[in-house]
Design a protein around this ligand. Structure first.
Ligand code: BGC
Length: 420
């Protein structure tokens, strides 16, 4: 009885505090994101926990669909109906598109206080600030797309030793794997995944300058070149090594095929590593990470950024807490260890990351130094979404046999020009 009176009294007191002191106990952030795979959700929990420790409640708004295609559609309808979330996971050019609509919050005071200018890589700042130089997003990580993930047991069984250096070696390895009775490539047939593989193939086929000309600058000559035709031919070649059920498969289910030893390799960004880690596998022992053969030395990057929308005064404090938490060095390490990416700050040590993460971090710094760091087209850092989607359409139609390579090259030139 006494206890009940006491707790009723405590409830009253808490209510009074709320009334007198503003919305402190009620602080919350609503966050729209597409991190629904196991490794992704685990990484996001690091952020949720950190905010909850600061008394900020997390209202989760997950929209499944790799690379955020569906999430961006949902976002559009939320903003149109005047109900923008506090923060949204977003990529590159999409951030700039939203900035141009004048609906984003300014984080510049926080950024100045925490010296983001000095620690966030310049390649990311370009996207995290609007045209007036105001900070509108907090970058969580740097991912890279030109990776190959392999099942170590299968590689050992067919005698792969060391790195698979180039395209010819890759084909030789895939043939051996096929002969041994495995599905060589774990493949998810969705447009963004086709494009993720395609950009690595373009880079491997034409080299870094060609990649930049074709998939960052959209030079019509590069797009319509023989080199591009070879890249499409190579996509057709890869098609010979996928299983019959590839169509529509989610990326994490493809990763699971490599984890379970059903397939040997997956060509995918380093978010795939989050799935291997979550399955308790060790890099170098159970799985292999290496650059897509023939792309060593070059890094195709993308970065998940939390874009802040204009919210009412009552939500502003929590929004700033979220942005500050995202940028804190301890969070950047804890999160990226789980996510598979590397920190979006140049001043944090990499020694807590696994071997693949440390390799990724070194390669990112070196590629930045030598100007071999380019935006991933498939993940929003090569072009605004109209052009990106035009490329997706052609690449997917070709991969599914609707175009010959010659037709695909022509269609690519036309589709890009129409979308520009
Ligand atoms: C994002 C990653 C995400 C992946 C799969 C990429 O565009 O940058 O964070 O894990 O898509 O959804």
């Amino acid at each position: 009885m006494g206890k009940r009176i006491l707790s009723a009294f405590a409830g009253l007191a808490a209510g009074a505090a709320l009334f007198a002191g503003g919305a402190h106990a009620e602080e919350s952030v609503e966050v729209l994101h597409w991190w629904t795979a196991g490794g992704e959700a685990a990484a996001l929990n690091v952020l949720k926990d950190q905010l909850e420790e600061q008394g900020v409640t997390w209202q989760d708004m997950p929209v499944a669909g790799g690379s955020g295609v569906q999430a961006m559609t949902v976002l559009r309808s939320r903003v149109t109906s005047g109900n923008a979330p506090t923060a949204v996971q977003m990529l590159g050019y999409d951030i700039q598109d939203w900035a141009n609509e004048g609906v984003l919050a300014d984080l510049s005071d926080l950024a100045a206080k925490e010296k983001w200018d000095d620690v966030v890589p310049k390649a990311l700042q370009r996207f995290a600030k609007n045209s007036d130089g105001q900070w509108i997003a907090a970058p969580v990580n740097v991912h890279s797309t030109n990776w190959m993930w392999a099942n170590k047991k299968i590689f050992d069984e067919v005698g792969v030793e060391g790195e698979v250096k180039d395209w010819d070696e890759l084909i030789a390895v895939l043939d051996k794997i096929k002969e041994a009775g495995y599905t060589p490539i774990a493949y998810g047939g969705q447009p963004w995944q086709d494009a993720t593989v395609f950009e690595a193939v373009v880079l491997s086929t034409g080299g870094p300058e060609f990649y930049k000309k074709a998939l960052n600058d959209f030079d019509p000559e590069a797009l319509g070149s023989d080199t591009m035709k070879t890249a499409f031919d190579r996509m057709s070649k890869l098609h010979e090594y996928v299983d019959p059920n590839f169509s529509g498969r989610d990326w994490n289910l493809a990763t699971a095929m490599v984890i379970n030893g059903k397939a040997a390799v997956q060509f995918m960004g380093d978010w795939a590593k989050g799935e291997f880690l979550r399955a308790d596998l060790k890099p170098g022992e159970d799985f292999v990470c290496q650059r897509f053969p023939g792309t060593q030395g070059t890094v195709l990057f993308n970065s998940d950024q939390f874009v802040m929308f204009q919210v009412g005064e009552d939500k502003r404090d929590a929004q700033i807490k979220l942005a500050s938490a995202v940028m804190s060095p301890t969070f950047q390490i804890a999160f990226n260890k789980v996510k598979g990416s590397v920190p979006a700050r140049t001043d944090v040590p990499g020694d807590e990351l696994d071997a693949c993460g440390q390799k990724g971090m070194k390669e990112l710094a070196a590629a930045n130094e030598s100007n071999q760091l380019f935006g991933s087209l498939a993940h929003g850092y090569g072009a605004p979404s109209a052009v990106k989607n035009a490329v997706f359409d052609v690449v997917t139609a070709h991969f599914n046999g609707e175009y010959t390579s010659d037709e695909a090259v022509k269609a690519l030139v036309e589709a890009v020009s129409a979308a520009q």
